[in-house]
Design a protein around this ligand. Structure first.
Ligand code: IMP
Length: 447
């Protein structure tokens, strides 16, 4: 499988960063295709810890080139900060991190608008307040600024149109002190100087790489239930983190995409507002939050926690047709006597097994649970499926059966060493590069 997609199967924060990092030795390139610095990826190994937002985890592997694709929205200051902290940690990004000339720019006015809307409105989305939504709005309104246009002649005109659209709302929300178009223009020119050397036609470069036989990993941010069309609208992000978004967001033909891995956490979390049928309150929620360290990488917000929602996972599988699952955070469930899996919802006396589109139905839906025996034993650091306690293996099998997709990886801790790769599926997807992935997991290769 040359070109593989890794996607979130829930509401984000499934542990995609760790999975992508682990798989990197099997690929020559990593591409992000949607979202921006609303994402937060954590990579831990040995005694090192990296928090990445815009830059793909592939950057930690010196042989891997990284791309920020055309479907992304990019805040140049945030990118500069991330590049500086990578440089400080000794990670060389020169000639390895490229930005699409078609990616949209997040301006300071977008972030201010996002923030002011969140502070003002009664039905808050609970966004990351990074300006993601407003930047995508400008793209759809055809007055966005693209990374390849930071010093173009048309810049002034675009910024004036944006100003006309955004300022009335900012005034209405009582926000003042916003930069004028001329100030934004100066800022854009500075960014062009700082980042211009990395701006390329990503779609064209990826086509060359595919022609040369290189392998590409497409790294999703957020998750299927946050998809702007298919998620719990309007409590969604403004991009397409499902498989359908990969081709559009990277500028690659869908026929070139070979396989999709869905990252599924052994329980569910959500940050921000919106329906969450299996949400828990009380002891179990506290337990999951503490044990799973469920606090946002980007905003530090405590995540809402609940049982694994199979209805939602099956829906994500329908949208994405996962060839394999990466089941993460199994170890977080270690001390529980019993675990619940939500296999359906009850709504007005009816049983629903398909994820509904209606917000009202989702909000009123009562989960129907299937109880699974806990294993009450430590799985942290287990690297072979056969070494899992019997009840933990059974849990993995039940999830596979209910979702309808096989697990290729099971994560048993935050560190890359703490991961099970399940054969023969891992071999089918990674081919002759599986051994490099295993060496990397065991600390014998890579950074
Ligand atoms: P936005 O993407 O900042 O517009 O936020 C929209 C919704 O997506 C909010 O509920 C956020 O909490 C959620 N969201 C955005 N990015 C992430 C992420 O990386 N992980 C989890 N939730 C996210």
């Amino acid at each position: 499988m040359k070109n593989v997609i890794v996607l979130g199967a829930q509401w984000g924060d499934e542990g995609k960063g760790k999975i992508v990092d682990l798989l990197c030795p099997a690929f020559d390139n990593v591409v992000r295709f949607q979202g921006g610095h609303n994402a937060g990826h954590t990579v831990r190994f040995a005694d090192r810890h990296f928090s990445l937002h815009l830059v793909p985890s592939g950057i930690l592997h010196s042989g891997v080139d990284c791309f920020l694709g055309p479907g992304m929205v990019i805040a140049p200051d945030a990118l500069n900060t991330e590049l500086a902290s990578l440089a400080e940690a000794g990670v060389d990004t020169t000639g390895r991190l490229f930005i699409s000339d078609r990616a949209q720019v997040i301006l300071p006015t977008h972030a201010s608008l996002d923030q002011a809307r969140e502070e003002a409105s009664s039905g808050r989305i609970g966004t990351t307040a990074r300006g993601i939504g407003p930047a995508y709005e400008m793209r759809a309104a055809r007055c966005g600024v693209r990374m390849g246009e930071l010093d173009a002649e048309l810049l002034e005109q675009r910024l004036r149109v944006q100003h006309m659209r955004i300022m009335p709302e900012l005034d209405h929300l009582g926000v003042d002190g916003m930069p004028r178009p001329s100030e934004l223009m100066a800022l854009c020119r500075t960014w062009a100087d700082e980042l211009g050397g990395r701006v390329i036609d990503v779609s064209a470069r990826l086509a060359e790489k595919m022609a040369a036989g290189e392998r590409i990993l497409f790294e999703g941010a957020q998750g299927a239930l946050l998809d702007v069309d298919h998620g719990t609208y309007p409590f969604v992000t403004s991009s397409t983190p499902t498989a359908g978004g990969v081709a559009a967001g990277a500028g690659v033909a869908p026929t070139r995409l070979d396989a999709t891995i869905g990252v599924l956490k052994a329980y569910t979390t959500r940050v921000g507002g919106g329906p969450f049928p299996t949400e828990l309150e009380g002891d179990v929620a506290e337990f999951l939050r503490d044990r799973g360290n469920e606090f946002g990488t980007t905003t530090g917000r405590p995540r809402r926690c609940g049982w694994l929602d199979i209805v939602a996972a099956r829906y994500a599988h329908r949208l994405n047709a996962f060839d394999a699952l990466a089941l993460t955070k199994l170890d977080v469930l270690d001390d529980l006597d019993e675990i619940q899996l939500c296999t359906g919802y009850r709504y007005q006396g009816e049983v629903i097994e398909d994820f509904p589109s209606s917000l009202a139905v989702l909000e009123a839906a009562e989960p129907i649970y299937r109880r699974v025996e806990g294993w009450r034993a430590a799985t942290t650091g287990v690297t072979r499926i056969d070494d899992l306690p019997l009840a933990a293996r059974r849990f993995v099998e039940v999830v596979e059966e209910l979702v309808g997709a096989p697990a290729m990886m099971v994560s048993t801790g935050a560190r890359r060493e703490e991961t099970i790769l399940v054969d023969p599926l891992a071999e089918r997807l990674l081919g002759d590069r599986l051994s490099s992935v295993l060496e990397h997991r065991d600390g014998k290769a890579g950074v």
